[in-house]
Ligand binder design. Structure first.
Ligand SMILES: Nc1nc2c(c(=O)[nH]1)N[C@H]1C(S)=C(S)[C@@H](COP(=O)(O)OP(=O)(O)OC[C@H]3O[C@@H](n4cnc5c(=O)[nH]c(N)nc54)[C@H](O)[C@@H]3O)O[C@H]1N2
Ligand SMILES: Nc1nc2c(c(=O)[nH]1)N[C@H]1C(S)=C(S)[C@@H](COP(=O)(O)OP(=O)(O)OC[C@H]3O[C@@H](n4cnc5c(=O)[nH]c(N)nc54)[C@H](O)[C@@H]3O)O[C@H]1N2
Ligand SMILES: [Mo]
Length: 781
């Protein structure tokens, strides 16, 4: 056994070493009380069926470069070449795109989680490189939280993530709060992950504290086990996408029964009366009564009314997972929740208000202790190109160059993209309506992808540059939402000829004439040391002493929690004195009506929270044809698509297909049994999944994780069946609304039938066809 070395991942800290036969061993770091099972999948890191060993160029592109037939992406062999040739071809494509079409023709949004590690973080690397090259069309917001990212600043005058970190602490809830009402739970599976790293998993401690204090919990949502059974929550099953209607109906009851906190609303909010006119129907003739909401949500009216009375009686907090806003009109759900919380009047009191991002990593678990200093990342010059697109409008951008899109009061024009450079993300995992993306993806002349593994995206590229994994390089992990600083050492040698993204971009920069500017003369190791030293300097300025780099890298991860000061929340100071501590909204108050948003004039996003039916939900006409609502959630067994080939993910599959959960009643009407392979389809596409029956999912709803590598049966046909189970084969690629243009993954209707044909093997677990440049020269045909 080799000496195991520490590594850090988005799902925790582990030690990695090799046994006598060369096999990889992973052990969780000793300081983690509840390590994530995803760690076991790191043993697959050097799996030759999945790792990219050498730079590879699609055959047609190798022959014809920018004149190649781009519709052949994904169905031609790759030519393996040496690094010099690959980098020459890449630099040539970048230069000719720049000369022909300008830098805005380069799409470098490159959304994706990549790996933990401050220096080697791929997004920092690619963005620095492309900015120094003259810029790129960038993306704004995230797939995670786009609708909230745009809406919350209008309502609270603060960044949405900042607002999420202003949540009441577990101890305060335990002490002061009678009840948490979750809309969609707080899935424990999601708490395995934190962007940038995670020192110690303590989610179960938080649940135990709530349980011991006897905090009452209610889960309003289509899936019972979104909330840990240990909390013994009352489950109020609802149709997906109807949370806003339920919230409006609760407000309706509060208003008509005079249970709302008038004093709070007067002093701390603006526009409640206009909103109340809408809720009571004075504005539009449609009172948003519990009976009205019951027809939409299928939650009995008396339950909604009783809940409203209960919430008014005792202090409560409203819990919202991100997923609630990852749906058409997701803006409204988050805004309505704040309007409801304002009507209840507990905002800014200990244990009251709103918890945003329930179940997500450390979002609500930092317990007021935030790093009082900046952790540096790779420095970024400004992007000379000012064009941006909302991150989830990717396909539309490729399809409609020159056309405009409304976004948060602006009108953006889609540039004509001629080169896509993606590094550290997997759009053929994460984007909606993958068949549509495949057609649009064929438009640019060149697609370059830096990847560790042969993902679906790498297979659909022209130029594939193999990157090292985080466990093959030295770095350190730190995150604004964690209190650990963790050394990362190279436990493994780079796989094949893989190189660090840094080395790839440094060599491309050299070829393009700005090598010295990109590297500043530092090796990767010198950059890591430099970033650590800056971290230590920043910490020292905040009164916290950190060791020098040599001592840090050879020691244990550092837990800063004991020395972090407890902060007071902005909303608490606001509650103390709203005149001295106004919010950064135009009125200085919580904007239940926003004049700014109203003035945008969007028909699908008025100036206050409102109910809009999505195009796809169980109440829409389309449900006649596709009667099941598909919710695609985060996977328990991996991080998105990462290490889908690892043991933890593969053990969860049913005959190699991604599981899908369904209520037994829905299975009975379709003559389906637990363990069956099913075809999930609508008019956008179809995928195979393995069926799991459970009464934890409400009838009419099916529940399936994202992240199974998209594996089309016929790579030549854009509408081919995905034989593995990526839900994005069927999700709808539309913006949440004109306001945020976020992804609407959770507004998706499907039908399901048993798949009786012979089960096609997965191709995605073998590399694509590879030929060497030497062989090609010998046999040019
Ligand atoms: N239907 C549906 N779709 C969704 C969601 C949903 O709920 N439902 N959720 C959405 C959300 S919230 C998100 S955040 C996205 C996530 O989407 P992504 O962030 O794109 O997903 P990942 O699988 O994490 O992709 C990261 C990729 O980076 C690669 N990588 C890791 N480290 C390195 C490195 O050092 N160098 C290089 N070059 N590559 C590296 C990995 O191999 C992997 O392929 O998915 C979104 N898509
Ligand atoms: N293990 C693991 N953890 C992760 C990740 C991962 O890939 N793996 N990804 C991380 C990332 S990038 C993110 S952004 C977060 C995302 O965190 P979330 O967005 O909170 O996670 P999801 O699992 O997509 O959704 C949580 C639940 O919301 C419920 N839900 C969906 N639609 C509705 C609705 O209309 N009404 C109600 N009431 N409930 C609904 C679903 O039943 C679903 O199980 O998770 C993070 N945590
Ligand atoms: Mo996310």
């Amino acid at each position: 056994m080799t000496q195991p070395l520490p590594t850090a991942t988005h799902w925790g800290n582990f030690l990695l070493g090799r046994g006598g036969a060369g096999e990889l061993h992973v052990t969780p770091a000793g300081h983690d009380p509840d390590p994530s099972p995803i760690g076991r999948s790191l043993t697959a890191l050097h799996d030759p069926d999945h790792r990219i060993a050498r730079p590879a160029i699609r055959l047609g592109y190798y022959r014809d470069r920018e004149k190649s037939d781009t519709s052949h992406r994904g169905r031609e062999p790759f030519v393996e070449v040496d690094w010099d040739e690959a980098l020459d071809i890449t630099a040539g494509a970048l230069r000719s795109t720049q000369q022909r079409a300008g830098n805005r023709a380069i799409y470098g949004g490159s959304y994706g989680w990549a790996s933990a590690g401050r220096f080697h973080h791929t997004q920092g690397q690619i963005h620095r490189f492309l900015r120094m090259f003259g810029g790129y069309t960038a993306s704004v917001d995230t797939y995670s939280f786009a609708a909230a990212e745009v809406t919350i600043p209008h309502v609270l005058g603060m960044n949405a993530y900042f607002a999420a970190r202003q949540s009441p602490t577990t101890e305060e809830i335990a002490q002061h709060c009678a009840r948490i009402v979750f809309f969609g739970g707080a899935a424990a599976r999601n708490a395995q992950v934190n962007p940038g790293g995670y020192g110690a998993h303590r989610y179960r401690d938080h649940l135990a504290t709530l349980r011991a204090a006897g905090v009452d919990t209610v889960n309003i949502g289509p899936v019972r086990d979104d909330l840990d059974p240990a909390l013994a929550a009352r489950w109020i099953p609802c149709r997906p996408g109807t949370d806003t209607a339920i919230m409006l109906a609760i407000v309706h009851t509060l208003v008509v029964e005079d249970l709302h906190d008038r004093a709070f609303l007067d002093r701390y909010t603006t526009g409640f009366d206009r909103f109340a006119d809408y809720v009571t129907g004075r504005a539009d003739g449609e009172p948003k009564t519990p009976e009205w909401a019951a027809t939409l949500s299928e939650v009995p009216a008396h339950e909604i009314r009783d809940l409203a009375r209960l919430l008014a009686r005792e202090r409560c907090v409203i819990g919202l997972p991100y997923a609630l806003q990852r749906a058409e009109h997701g803006e409204q759900t988050y805004w309505a929740a704040w309007a409801l919380a304002a009507a209840l009047g507990y905002i800014g009191l200990p244990g009251g208000g709103v918890l945003m991002g329930t179940g997500v990593g450390m979002t609500n678990a930092m317990q007021r202790r935030y790093l009082p200093f900046e952790i540096p990342a790779l420095p970024q010059p400004t992007n000379p190109v000012s064009d941006v697109v909302p991150v989830a409008r990717l396909t539309e951008m490729l399809e409609h160059p020159g056309e405009t899109v409304d976004y948060n009061g602006r009108v953006l024009t889609y540039p004509e993209i001629d080169l896509i450079y993606w590094a550290g993300g997997n759009p053929f995992h994460h984007h909606q309506d993958l068949n549509r993306l495949r057609r649009a993806w064929a438009r640019p002349r060149t697609v370059v992808v830096n990847e560790i593994s042969w993902t679906s995206t790498a297979r659909l590229a022209d130029i594939v540059l193999p990157s090292t994994a985080a466990q093959e390089r030295e770095d350190f992990a730190a995150s604004r939402t964690d209190h650990w600083l963790s050394p990362m050492l190279p436990a493994l040698r780079p796989y094949g000829r893989a190189r660090d993204d840094y080395a790839i971009f440094a060599d491309l920069a050299e070829r393009l004439g700005f090598g010295q500017r990109f590297t500043e003369g530092r090796t990767a190791r010198q950059w890591v040391q430099h970033l650590w030293q800056t971290t230590a300097d920043n910490a020292a300025a905040a009164g916290i002493t950190l060791p020098g780099y040599t001592e840090f890298r050879s020691g244990q991860p550092i837990d800063l929690r004991p020395v972090l000061p407890e902060s007071r929340h902005v909303l608490e100071r606001f509650r103390d004195d709203p005149d001295c501590h106004p919010l950064a909204t135009p009125s200085g108050r919580i904007e239940i009506f926003s004049g700014t948003v109203a003035d945008f004039g969007y028909p699908d996003a008025p100036g206050h929270p409102a109910w809009f039916p999505a195009r796809e939900w169980l109440g829409s006409p389309r449900a006649q044809r596709f009667p099941l609502h598909l919710l695609s959630h985060q996977p328990a067994t991996r991080l998105h698509s990462q290490l889908d080939y690892g043991v933890t993910s593969r053990e969860s599959k049913i005959r190699d297909r991604e599981p899908l959960r369904m209520h037994p009643a829905d299975a009975a009407t379709r003559d389906l049994r637990d363990g069956d392979i099913v075809r999930v389809f609508n008019d956008r596409g179809a995928l195979l999944a393995g069926l799991r029956l459970t009464d934890a999912v409400r009838p009419g709803v099916v529940h399936m994780a994202t992240g199974a590598w998209y594996d089309p049966l016929d790579p030549a046909a854009p509408d081919s069946l995905d034989v593995h189970g990526n839900p994005n084969t069927v999700t709808n690629d539309i913006g949440t609304s004109s306001l945020a243009q976020g992804p609407s993954v959770n507004s998706c209707l499907v039908e399901i039938e048993r798949y009786d044909d012979e089960l096609p093997p997965l191709r995605i677990h073998k590399p694509p066809e590879l030929i060497t440049a030497e062989k090609l020269r010998a046999h040019p045909g």
